[in-house]
Design a protein around this ligand. Structure first.
Ligand code: SF4
Length: 469
């Protein structure tokens, strides 16, 4: 999202999303479908729960020795003939790719879906350097044609209905298309085929990288990832340093839960294992393979409050179940990573200040924690984030005042009892059918879309006292 758009307050972005009928239709259909598929998949997979625990333990153990695994990965990739680049920031990662483009005379780059390259805003940098980036994942292709950003971690065009995609293709490809997914996919395939053959450079992310073998793993449902990694003469993979895993045995474990959590599949249609450049005697593959290991704020969180966010497999399940994401979609969050985990990842990459509004875009219902394949405790970290915003005086003064006052009241039984008595009186004008409705002033935001239960006629402590008597 542009800086200009980010200057619009989050509440205004969310309201605009709520009023967008197309967005509401697209979100409801897609998130309901993803949730149902995930539920069915795990229902028929009793060993899944134990595998989730195991996967979490592997992630935790890997972080304990991340430096050693990264060095092992770098050695393994170089042994296979690949080049490894270390990028401390997103800017450095971008610069490495631009330098390669300059030195190798690259004019066109084909890309497979990669949140890491979204994170570093690679497409804009390539275009500015005279290199044409072409997104080849169908969802990414749609949003590139539309000039937009992804709105979901695994389904970038989730916010578009098939009618909107048909209109977009008709406008951009100069031919009228019906709102038929098969016809639209065929049209995109035809457009992209030639691009694969023209491109000098293929750019991917990495779902995992295996330290022991130097294997970079791509998990996709379209064949585009394979073409991006095998047709152009150079392949560059960009990954966050937390994506390294120790062994191929661990890979099997993660593959068993990743697709199930993301799309309800036992395994995604394509699992591509990249092992360096083309070797003598091989018929296909790039002449050069480059792996960029990007830190960009991750290493600092190994001992930080957002540590668990480094376990994330980017399956998107927490977005699909989040009552906030399901209503407003990804663009309203305003950053590369949306949804509950997106708030934490944004805080990790850009600092707590960048999410001072978003930290409250969660009902803390715990649905994200429940579905996460590696059981990341997102609600706990969001509460910690809110606490830091308060403590570090990043939260607005009004919010800090409310929390300060609340802390005083909850810390003093006498004050609490007094407030309960006052509350009973103050709520009277707003009581209708046993519920508190239409509160005035700032409190009106609470009751605009829901009723509140009234202060009880007798509180638990009052009943307890009476029982004692
Ligand atoms: S936090 Fe968990 S559920 Fe959300 S994207 Fe990451 S792995 Fe998936």
């Amino acid at each position: 999202m542009s800086d200009q758009a980010l200057r619009t307050p989050f509440a205004a972005r969310a309201t605009a999303a709520l009023e967008d009928a197309h967005l509401q239709e697209a979100l409801t259909i897609a998130t309901n479908k993803f949730m149902a598929l995930r539920r069915e998949s795990f229902a028929g997979f009793p060993e899944g729960e134990a595998l989730r625990d195991r996967a979490r333990a592997v992630k935790e153990a890997t972080l304990q020795r991340l430096d050693a695994y990264l060095e092992q990965l770098a050695d393994s990739v170089e042994r296979l003939g690949g080049h490894v680049h270390w990028a401390a920031t997103g800017e450095e990662a971008r610069e490495i790719i631009l330098r390669l483009c300059r030195e190798r005379g690259v004019r066109t780059a084909v890309k497979s879906k990669s949140m890491a390259t979204e994170e570093i805003e690679l497409n804009a940098a390539l275009e500015a350097a005279g290199v044409t980036p072409v997104e080849t994942d169908l969802g990414e292709y749609i949003i590139q044609l539309a000039g937009e950003k992804p709105s979901h971690i695994i389904a970038p065009a989730i916010h578009k209905t098939k009618g909107q995609v048909a209109d977009l293709f008709s406008r951009e490809l100069g031919e009228r298309f019906p709102a038929d997914p098969e016809v639209l996919t065929a049209a995109a395939r035809k457009e992209l085929r030639q691009k694969f053959l023209q491109a000098d450079l293929g750019i991917t992310g990495a779902n995992f990288a295996v330290a022991e073998t130097g294997t970079v793993v791509l998990v996709t449902n379209e064949g585009n990832g394979r073409m991006v990694t095998s047709l152009p003469r150079i392949h560059v993979a960009v990954m966050g340093i937390e994506k390294v895993i120790p062994s191929m045995t661990d890979l099997m474990l993660f593959l068993a839960i990743l697709a199930r959590s993301a799309t309800g599949q036992k395994l995604s249609v394509y699992t591509t294992l990249v092992r360096g450049p083309r070797h003598p005697g091989e018929l296909e593959g790039p002449e050069e393979f480059h792996l960029i290991l990007m830190d960009s704020g991750r290493a600092a969180q190994i001992a930080g409050p957002l540590r668990e966010a480094l376990y994330c497999l980017r399956c998107g399940a927490c977005l699909n179940v989040c009552p906030v994401y399901r209503q407003i979609g990804g663009h309203a969050y305003g950053h590369t990573y949306p949804g509950p985990i997106g708030i934490l990842l944004t805080a990790m990459l850009k600092g707590d200040r960048s999410v001072k509004e978003l930290a409250h875009a969660s009902s803390l219902c715990g649905a994200c924690h429940e579905v996460c394949p590696v059981r990341i405790d997102i609600p706990r970290m969001l509460v910690g984030l809110r606490e830091r915003l308060y403590r570090d005086r990043i939260a607005p003064w009004g919010e800090r005042l409310v929390f300060w006052a609340l802390g005083r009241v909850l810390g003093s039984p006498a004050l609490f009892r007094l407030l309960v008595r006052l509350g009973r009186l103050a709520q009277r004008p707003f009581l209708r059918d046993g519920r508190v409705r239409s509160l005035p002033f700032l409190f009106g935001r609470w009751t605009r879309s829901r009723d509140l239960p009234p202060v009880a006629a007798r509180t638990f402590s009052e009943c307890w006292k009476e029982l004692g008597r």
